[in-house]
Design a protein around this ligand. Structure first.
Ligand code: SF4
Length: 448
């Protein structure tokens, strides 16, 4: 059970030195209990107290990693009920189901879709990360062979699904190095599943039919030495899965219930046969609060909106998505190509560069650091004004890349042109571009 602020306070040095960033040990204790401070911020805590406090300072929902390498899926670690309170931390992993009872050509198609369905989106690659391999055949060797095939042909983080400890052991022998999630320990097989998770050092799913049973099961698994647990509440209807996800999140955050302080897995694939309905259920679970979402299949038209929804919900609302300041060539610009400038708000950059690319006029695009603000907002905040833009252009190095001295500014900030010309000096000519990025193509094609 987590400690209260007063209990934590009793374990602190009580010198009120202030080195942790707050004036008193009591304030630090309260912050620690609320998850707003790091234990490491106090350099004077004794080793004995540190051991006792580590539980109090641990996130209410245990962070867990499934998979390895670049495609490791980190889930859990959440500290808030609503994104606007702070931020959601680890986006849910999206998994496609592949059963060892479906025909080989369909297995090949699903693996192909898993590998193909990746999208470049405002500088990021959006993609699903996980494959749930299910042992429907009852044949341990067939199951292990399919797991091996999936391992060899993808970089997916794996979920190994079987009620048979023997089948799971066969699969783990070929896949343990990729740290798959074992699915699932239930009342009747818990001992065997705990033994497997301990032997292969893999996270383990606890599956039960109600919260009381789930709590008892996670306590048993924890007592058996397995710390990385994923919860399946057994819900297979939209209403119950929604209620269970909210109940688990609230219990972990507000009641400090360590037995339910783990990320969850949910199965829209087992809630409907309608692919669109399945996607809608998955979208609910992205927001409310699944750690892993298993889908029956991936199709671009349903996967892409889910990926974008997931990106939006798991982006820190307090930090705009930004590009690095610098010179971005679009097409293959030469020393005669036009030079334009915009701000480093990622969406602005991708819209502008996309329109330039569409115009087929190779250009240089200068991206200025405005702390992620869009053009008009940055101008209103005094960050995208004549003297600041001029200083950036001078230090950017663009003068070494082109032999002309013309700079195109967005039409919305035409008012800064006078100050900009003053800052740059008479060698530069400031051109006013269109207000809308969509009008860049005709603007560029007419020449500067
Ligand atoms: S650094 Fe440690 S001893 Fe100093 S005020 Fe903070 S909690 Fe107290």
């Amino acid at each position: 059970m987590a400690l209260t602020g007063i209990q934590i306070f009793k374990l602190l040095p009580k010198t009120n030195c202030g080195e942790c960033g707050v004036p008193t040990c009591l304030a630090f204790a309260m912050n620690l209990a609320a998850g707003k401070a790091e234990l490491a911020s106090c350099p004077y805590i004794s080793a004995e107290s540190k051991a006792q406090l580590s539980e109090a300072s641990a996130p209410p929902i245990r962070p867990i990693a499934v998979g390895t390498g670049d495609n490791v899926v980190k889930i859990g670690g959440e500290t808030v009920l609503f994104r606007h309170e702070k931020t959601f931390v680890n986006k849910p992993g999206l998994a496609i189901m592949i059963s060892d009872a479906i025909p080989a050509d369909e297995v090949a198609e699903r693996i192909k879709r898993f590998n193909l369905l990746k999208y470049d989106w405002i500088g990021l690659v959006l993609r699903p990360e996980m494959i749930a391999v299910k042992n429907d055949s009852g044949d341990a060797n067939k199951f292990a062979a399919l797991v091996k095939k999936v391992m060899d042909e993808t970089d997916a983080a794996l979920i190994l699904m079987s009620g048979s400890a023997e089948a799971l052991k066969a699969a783990l022998q070929v896949s343990a190095q990729r740290v798959p999630l074992i699915y699932a320990a239930m009342d009747e097989n818990a001992d065997a599943m705990i033994a497997l998770a301990m032997e292969y050092k893999c996270p383990l799913t606890a599956k039960a039919d109600n919260m009381d049973s789930l709590t008892a099961l996670t306590d048993k698994i924890s007592a058996g030495g397995v710390k990385d647990i994923v919860l399946d509440s057994g819900a297979r209807t939209v209403r119950r899965v929604f209620e269970d996800q909210v109940f688990i999140r609230r219990a972990a955050l507000f009641q400090k219930n360590r037995s339910l302080g783990f990320p969850t897995i949910a199965f829209p694939c087992e809630m409907t046969k309608d692919p669109m309905k399945e996607t809608m259920i998955a979208s609910v679970l992205v927001a409310k609060y699944a750690g892993i979402i298993v889908l029956s299949d991936f199709q671009g038209e349903s996967l892409f909106p889910l990926l974008v929804a997931r990106l939006n919900i798991y982006t820190d609302p307090q930090r705009p998505m930004m590009m690095k300041e610098g010179i971005y060539p679009v097409g293959n610009p030469t020393e005669d190509s036009p030079v334009m400038i915009t701000t480093n708000f990622a969406l602005t950059y991708f819209i502008v560069s996309g329109e330039i690319e569409g115009s087929r006029v190779p250009s240089w695009l200068l991206v200025m650091d405005t702390e992620g603000l869009s053009v008009l907002t940055a101008w209103a905040a005094g960050k995208f004004v004549g003297d600041a833009i001029g200083q950036f252009i001078k230090k950017s190095g663009i003068a070494e890349k082109v032999k002309h001295r013309k700079i195109v500014i967005p039409g919305f900030v035409a008012a800064v042109s006078g100050d900009l010309e003053e800052e740059l000096g008479s060698t530069w000519e400031v051109k006013i571009g269109p207000r809308e990025a969509a009008h860049l193509a005709p603007f560029l094609k007419q020449g500067l």
